[in-house]
Design a protein around this ligand. Structure first.
Ligand SMILES: O=C(O)CCC(=O)C(=O)O
Ligand SMILES: [Mn+2]
Length: 217
């Protein structure tokens, strides 16, 4: 796959409306959470085009975190887009959103067909290879309110998402393969009781872009 600026994108993303009722859907029955997974929310054709466009068009940034007093690069690139005035603090990093772009609005519209609510921001992560990751955390920042509704879409290389219960250590860890074009929904008490991570992998893996649509109060 090529990611240069001259790439001609053949698929017309605009004006497409999807009926989501035919889609394969998996509802995970685990305690203290509501997690729903659509493995093929976007078609392969759509997903490939979206991946290329995001790769080229997103204004990626390399953030740093403090680790034992040292500044180190976050193991992924990130970007924050959304309605103006909805700033957000994530891992102690203050982010001001960049205005929505056409491809982001296309994805947001499609996701909102299922969500039936309107999202005002999206955090985007680029996992360049298997060394990129996100460590155990919950999406429980105060700006997201008591029961955050997170719609998470994935494009590109398949990665594992792991869940662990914060308090009940007897419960098994849960593992999901986040496929190209998938949609994962986390709502109700999920963030209060569970943490999630994308671990590093030594297997060769294509770049992956994940978008988590959120409502900042
Ligand atoms: O890449 C993913 O699927 C997860 C990203 C995530 O958990 C986050 O951005 O909070
Ligand atoms: Mn998260």
């Amino acid at each position: 796959m090529q990611y240069d600026n001259d790439t001609q994108l053949s698929l017309n993303l605009w004006g497409q409306s999807a009926l989501t009722s035919h889609l394969q859907i998996e509802k995970l029955s685990i305690p203290d959470a509501e997690i729903i997974f659509y493995p093929n929310y976007f078609t392969e054709e759509e997903s490939d085009e979206i991946l290329q466009r995001l790769f080229i068009e997103v204004n990626w940034r390399q953030d740093k975190i403090k680790c034992y007093g040292k500044e180190i690069d976050l193991p992924r690139l990130t970007a924050w887009y959304g309605d103006t005035g909805k700033s957000y603090t994530y891992s102690n990093i203050a982010m001001n959103p960049i205005p929505w772009t056409p491809v982001l609005l296309f994805i947001k519209d499609r996701v909102e067909e299922t969500a039936q609510i309107s999202f005002n921001s999206v955090l985007i992560n680029l996992y360049r290879n298997g060394k990129d990751s996100i460590s155990w955390h919950s999406d429980d920042e105060p700006e997201l309110g008591k029961y955050p509704i997170i719609y998470s879409v994935s494009f590109g290389g398949e990665r594992k998402l792991k869940f662990r219960h914060k308090f009940n250590k007897i419960l098994d860890k849960l593992e999901l393969n986040l496929t190209n074009g998938s949609l994962l929904i986390m709502k109700d008490k999920t963030q209060e009781y569970w943490q999630h991570q994308i671990p590093k992998t030594s297997k060769p893996v294509m770049p992956r872009i994940n978008l988590t649509f959120r409502v900042i109060k």
